[in-house]
Design a protein around this ligand. Structure first.
Ligand SMILES: [Mn+2]
Length: 431
């Protein structure tokens, strides 16, 4: 049984069909096949369907395909449940549709030329053998992306459930953080509570970094113990049916921040607040990044760490020494959802020295992470090339005592609406 209503799926398929109309004579969106673990005998990695297939079919079963032609619209093909599966897995979820074994004949009868065939999803896998061109695929995918960026009410519903589970997990993490507790224990408590409150998976590998580890952007929790006066950075989110939260908080070990930690935290939380409020239809995502960079740069100037004009520090990319990543990305079906750039733009345009994953104006229905951060990363700050390039922009002596702060990142998930942005993760306290 799909979690999505028949109406919601029908509406998605209609929207997708109108978007791809004209781009191809045949669009085939495949789920993909499970991957064998090398040397794992009959073990497989947990199967995750291609998001394009899941979004259209509502099914997370492998081996299926959604086929579209201008005349017939969408035809679902599914891998039938076998007796073997029933023996090992009970009664697996299988959507309605034609047996995927019939697909080959169906494709022959359809007779679309490779130039007019777009192979989306996982591509040609398993029993799906069909030729298409990259140009046709890219054209159709771009149009489907435009549609998939808008989350429907049922998708937002799943994101709300994921956010509730995530809020419980973070609350539990906050409770157990104390001198002597190690990163792994914090992760275990956070994840257990997230599962207890309705998540069926974590949306990505949880990040828990204590002390200096808080300055490692994607730190895998280990046995490092928290000490009084340090920070703990937690970036973790629960998922429901593939829809995930992506939330970061930075907590003090002990009751309060040190003065320096507080100063950095205040800058990051101010950026979070202002940038979240900017998430309205029409604003360029790069401008949201730029606003965060401005707030952070001007704050670092006030603290005596950076020198010069804010515009100059953004222009020279000096701010990326401390804010080296983008302000956020699309989130929803997976921790990195659709994203991309407007069709008339070069891919990978940087902003203030950071790679920003989205290069588009926002529209109602988008769900964005907003995740400003400030870090004192040894690999960046001790790099001789950068120290020379930014000899004047940074007061390298004044910087020294700040390095113990490590890193602070705060991240919420915002739904863009015609009115105020809706913060799905507002119930998770910032500190
Ligand atoms: Mn994120």
């Amino acid at each position: 049984m799909s979690l999505f209503s028949t109406d919601a799926l029908a509406e998605r398929r209609d929207r997708a069909a109108s978007a791809i109309e004209g781009a191809a004579d045949l669009v085939l969106v495949t789920a993909g096949e499970p991957l064998q673990i090398p040397g794992g005998l009959d073990q497989q990695y947990r199967f995750v369907p291609h998001p394009e297939y899941y979004w259209l079919s509502g099914s997370r079963r492998s081996g299926g395909a959604m086929a579209w032609t201008p005349d017939d619209g969408w035809t679902p093909f599914v891998r039938p449940v076998t007796a073997e599966e029933r023996l090992w897995e009970g009664d697996p979820e299988a959507p309605e549709g034609r047996d995927v074994a019939e697909l080959e004949d169906w494709l022959k009868a359809c007779g679309a030329s490779p130039e007019r065939t777009a192979l989306l999803g996982a591509g040609a896998t398993g029993t799906v053998q069909v030729e298409g061109t990259a140009a046709c695929r890219d054209g159709a995918r771009q149009r489907l992306d435009v549609v998939r960026r808008h989350k429907d009410a049922e998708e937002i519903g799943l994101l709300r459930r994921a956010a509730r589970a995530t809020a419980a997990g973070h609350a539990r993490a906050r409770e157990v953080i104390a001198p002597g507790v190690d990163e792994r224990s914090i992760q275990i408590e956070l994840e257990a509570e997230t599962f207890r409150h309705g998540a069926d998976a974590m949306g990505y590998e949880s990040i828990v970094g204590v002390g200096a580890n808080s300055a490692v952007l994607h730190f895998a929790p280990g046995r490092r113990r928290a000490e009084e006066g340090e920070l703990v950075l937690i970036d973790a989110g629960g998922a429901v049916a593939g829809y995930t939260s992506d939330v970061t908080r930075t907590y003090p070990v002990g009751r309060t921040f040190t003065e320096r930690q507080q100063a950095i935290f205040d800058l990051v939380s101010r950026s979070l607040r202002e940038c979240s409020d900017l998430c309205r239809p029409g604003i360029e995502w790069h401008d949201v990044h730029r606003r965060a960079a401005e707030i952070l740069a001007s704050g670092l100037v006030e603290l005596g760490i950076l020198r010069g004009s804010v515009d100059g520090l953004l222009e020279s990319e000096a701010i990326a020494l401390f804010f080296p990543h983008g302000i956020g990305h699309m989130v929803g079906l997976g921790v990195r959802d659709v994203g991309g750039h407007a069709p008339d733009r070069e891919p990978g345009r940087k902003c203030c020295g950071a790679r920003v994953r989205v290069d588009l104006p926002l529209e109602a229905g988008f769900v964005m992470t907003v995740e400003p951060g400030l870090y004192f990363v040894p690999a960046i700050l001790d790099d001789p090339e950068r120290r020379q390039r930014f000899a004047d922009a940074v007061d390298w002596t004044a910087l020294e005592p700040w390095r113990d702060v490590g890193g602070v990142r705060l991240e919420d998930n915002l739904v863009v609406t015609e009115a105020e942005p809706e913060n799905l993760t507002a119930s998770i306290p910032l500190s």
